[in-house]
Ligand binder design. Structure first.
Ligand code: HEC
Length: 152
C-alpha cells in the first residue's frame, strides 16, 4: 500500500471514530434531575446504619478523588456520574435508571453512608451501577468522603 492511501485510510478512520463518539458527548451534557427519583434497594439494616469511619483529611479526600476521577477499576466513576458528580458522564445516556446525581443535596444527603458504601461494593442489581470488588473498604470510604463534598 502506498503512503497516500494509508494516510487517507487513517483520515477516514478518524472521521468514523468521531462520528461514533459525538452522540455520546451530546447525551453526556445534561445533568440528572434534582430532586432525583430513587428506587435503589436498601442495604441490610446493620450496614445501612454505618457511618464513614475514615477521617476527612486532605490526604483521604485526595485519594477518594483520584479513584473517582481516574483510578477505580473496572472504570472510573466519572464515566457515568460525571466529572462534577451531576450524573452527566459520557456513559450516562445508556442507563435507566440514570446514575445518581451526587451534586443534588436534596436527594443524596438523605441517604446514609452505609447505604452508599453497600451499593458501591455490591452494585445495584438490574441497573448500570457495577459492583466495585476491586476496591478495599477503606478506598470506598475515601471515595465517599469526596462524593459527599460534591453535594451543593
Ligand atoms: C457504568 C456506569 C456507572 C459507573 C461506572 C458507576 N456508577 Fe454508580 N450508579 C450508576 C447507576 C446507573 C446508578 C443508579 C442505580 C440505581 O438507581 O439503583 C448508580 C448509583 C450509584 C450510587 C447510589 C446508591 C444509592 O443507594 O442511592 C452510588 C453511591 C454510586 N453509584 C457510586 C458510584 C461510585 C463511587 C462509582 C465509582 C467507584 C460508580 N458509582 C460508578 C452507574 C454507574
Amino acid at each position: 500500500m502506498n503512503r497516500t492511501l494509508v494516510k487517507k485510510r487513517i483520515k477516514w478512520f478518524t472521521v468514523f471514530i468521531m462520528i461514533l463518539v459525538w452522540p455520546a458527548h451530546l447525551l453526556a451534557m445534561e445533568p440528572q434531575q434534582c430532586p432525583q427519583p430513587r428506587f435503589t434497594k436498601k442495604a441490610p439494616e446493620k450496614i445501612y446504619d454505618l457511618m464513614n469511619p475514615v477521617e476527612s483529611t486532605t490526604a483521604n479526600l485526595k485519594k477518594g478523588k483520584m479513584l473517582y476521577q481516574t483510578r477505580a477499576k473496572p472504570m472510573p466513576c466519572k464515566l457515568c456520574h460525571g466529572t462534577s458528580g451531576d450524573g452527566s458522564g459520557p456513559m450516562a445516556g445508556g442507563f435507566t435508571p440514570p446514575p445518581r446525581n451526587f451534586t443534588c443535596a436534596e436527594t443524596i444527603n438523605g441517604v446514609s453512608d452505609g447505604q452508599l458504601f453497600w451499593i458501591i461494593k455490591n452494585g445495584s442489581p438490574g441497573t448500570g451501577m457495577p459492583a466495585y470488588k476491586s476496591l478495599r473498604d477503606e478506598q470506598i470510604w475515601q471515595i465517599l468522603l469526596y462524593v459527599r463534598q460534591l453535594a451543593q
